[in-house]
Structure formats: structure tokens, C-alpha cells
Write a protein that binds this ligand. Structure first.
Ligand code: FES
Ligand code: FES
Length: 162
């Protein structure tokens, strides 16, 4: 059985058994190796993808669950919020080994996209990913940079419209 869905903005299908984890289907069938395996139990967030705007742990998501939905991995992340987040990550020099970082970037992007006017703490409280290198302070900083950038862009737009 083939599962049809949108992957990084394009129509795609997966041939993997419908109950197999999305994580492995994306890595093995689609070669999207930015989706990382950490715990395999929904705990660490290394395997985070965005499905219809929500951060989702792909290691505990069966392939059948994405039928007809839109899946974004780090390889296909784009848009205003994603740009602000990735630039903020670079500015804050968040990664150490980097293994967990795609998951953090996707989680932050999905949370911030729901409301860019949130505070850093509100955003950070919705990110439950784990980092074995302990980059949490840098990630907190990056989230703040991303919000400032997005909120600054909005006030500039308002100013120009006056
Ligand atoms: S590998 Fe999926 S949550 Fe850890
Ligand atoms: S940067 Fe190494 S695990 Fe997070």
C-alpha cells in the first residue's frame, strides 16, 4: 500500500508498511537524514518533523498517519518564521555536536509560527526536546533572537503603513 502526502511542499508517497515509524520511512525511502534517531520512544525530539503545522515525533508516528497531510523536515523548512529561526540559531551559535538541532529548529519554528508575539519563555516551555550537549541556554537565546526579529519586522511594517 502506498501512502500519499505532501513532503516538503511536493506530492510524495511512501511504500513502507503503514504501521512502520515515519522516522525510518523518511530516512530510508526519502534519504532525509536530517530526521534523527535518538530514543525511538517519543522522548528526546531528535526525530521531530512538522505535520500540518504541529511539531510531531516521527519515531512514534506510523506512516499511515501522514496520509493526506503536509510533512516538513529540516531539509524543506522555509518561510518567514523558519528564516528568522535559522538565522537566530546561527547568531546564537546554538549547536555543539549538532545532532539534536534539526529537531529543536523544527519544534521552535512550529511553536513560534502559531503566534510570533509569544514571549521566549512561552515558546521555550513548549519545546520539550533534549540535548545531550546541554545547549539549552543557547537555544533559549536563539528563540529570543527569532522572536525579536519577527516582532521587529512587524512593528516596522506597521510604522511604514502609518
Ligand atoms: S527519536 Fe523520536 S523522540 Fe527520540
Ligand atoms: S548539540 Fe549535541 S546533542 Fe544537542
Amino acid at each position: 500500500m502506498s501512502v500519499e502526502f505532501i513532503l516538503n511542499g511536493r506530492r510524495a508517497s511512501l511504500q513502507a508498511p503503514p504501521d512502520s515509524p515515519l522516522l525510518w520511512a523518511l530516512r530510508d525511502e526519502k534519504d532525509l537524514v536530517g530526521v534523527k534517531f535518538g530514543c525511538g520512544a517519543g522522548l528526546c525530539g531528535a526525530c521531530t518533523v512538522i505535520i500540518d503545522g504541529q511539531q510531531v515525533r516521527s519515531c512514534v508516528t506510523p506512516v499511515i498517519d501522514v496520509a493526506g497531510k503536509s510533512v516538513t523536515t529540516i531539509e524543506g523548512l522555509n518561510g518567514e518564521v523558519a528564516k528568522a529561526v535559522t538565522e537566530a540559531w546561527i547568531r546564537a551559535q546554538a549547536p555543539q555536536c549538532g545532532y539534536c538541532q534539526p529537531g529543536f529548529v523544527l519544534a521552535a519554528t512550529s511553536v513560534i509560527a502559531t503566534d510570533p508575539k509569544q514571549t521566549s519563555e512561552q515558546v521555550f516551555s513548549q519545546i520539550t526536546n533534549l540535548c545531550r550537549c546541554g545547549t539549552y541556554d543557547a537555544i533559549r537565546l536563539a528563540v529570543g533572537y527569532a522572536l525579536s526579529s519577527l516582532q521587529g519586522a512587524e512593528s516596522q511594517e506597521k510604522g511604514a503603513a502609518r
